[in-house]
Design a protein around this ligand. Sequence first.
Ligand SMILES: [Zn+2]
Length: 162
Amino acid sequence: MIPFRTGIGHDVHRLFPGHELVLGGVTVSTDVGFDTHTDGDVLCHALIDALAGAIADGDLGTHYPEDDPESQDARSLEFVQEFAGYLRRAGYEIANVDAFVVLGTVRLRAHIDAMRHNLADALAVDAAKVSVKARSNDGLGPEGEGKACAAWVSVLVHPANG
Ligand SMILES: [Zn+2]
């Protein structure tokens, strides 16, 4: 039996007018975006949280501290790529990733495939192993009203030799 390990990740950031909205490394053209120390890519952040959780090795913040000047204006997709390398050096492979992004005011469907391929490339896995879905929250809550954007990610990993 393969000793699979599961991980879950979540992130949410506020949206502000006049900022860039980057999700899964894709810049979504809209009039609101994240105002954070990095590009605020909640999908990438939740993915790293899930991967770290799967190997019981801290979270996004322990690996990429918010007060680290090196992460200022960083592209979060590069952190995903870096963390996937870290995971492999720890002896694990990624079985699959399933994610959803919650935002009620921007149609994300046209960008989903680009997000999937960006994440798959960064993780160095086949795109067939990466699922990204979009939810509107039916207009409810800060995500539904477009005041924030959230992401949830579930991952499954296994030992490379398992
Ligand atoms: Zn974040």
